[in-house]
Write a protein that binds this ligand. Structure first.
Ligand SMILES: [Fe+2]
Length: 139
């Protein structure tokens, strides 16, 4: 099973975003745990809801700063956020239909965790660098 723990190599150099990424990782872990132990429909849907709410909040924070500072990479970045949101919605549908299957557990691991790590390592770090250059600093 893929595990994820925050480590400083994920830092984008901006405290506000790092803190939100830490929370996002926690919420993905909660979901992963709930599915792994087949915690029951209600509990899993609740962790999924938490994750979706937090993801929305986090993406809108990033996008708000991008707009405010005329970030040139806004469009492709926003597109990645939309793809992730779409996949989360699909997970809810799959889950409602089939319950906590092995396939669902796998897609949480392979998709959500890998996506987040890759997204942070590439596109979020680029945005973090831009924020630092704009003097957003370490907050
Ligand atoms: Fe992002």
């Amino acid at each position: 099973m893929t595990e994820i723990e925050w480590n400083d190599s994920y830092s984008v150099g901006i405290d506000l975003i790092d803190e939100q990424h830490k929370m996002l990782i926690l919420r993905i872990k909660d979901l992963s745990e709930a599915v792994k132990h087949a915690r029951g429909l209600e509990k899993i849907l609740k962790t999924l809801d938490f994750l979706i709410d937090y993801t929305e909040f986090h993406f809108s924070t990033e996008e708000r700063h991008m707009k405010k500072l005329d970030y040139p990479g806004l469009v492709p970045h926003k597109q990645q956020h939309e793809e992730f949101t779409f996949t989360l919605d699909r997970l809810v549908e799959d889950f409602e239909q089939d319950g906590a299957t092995e396939a669902l557990s796998n897609s949480i691991n392979t998709f959500l965790i890998n996506w987040l790590v890759k997204h942070i390592e590439s596109i979020d770090k680029k945005f973090g660098k831009f924020l630092q250059e704009k003097g957003f600093g370490k907050n």
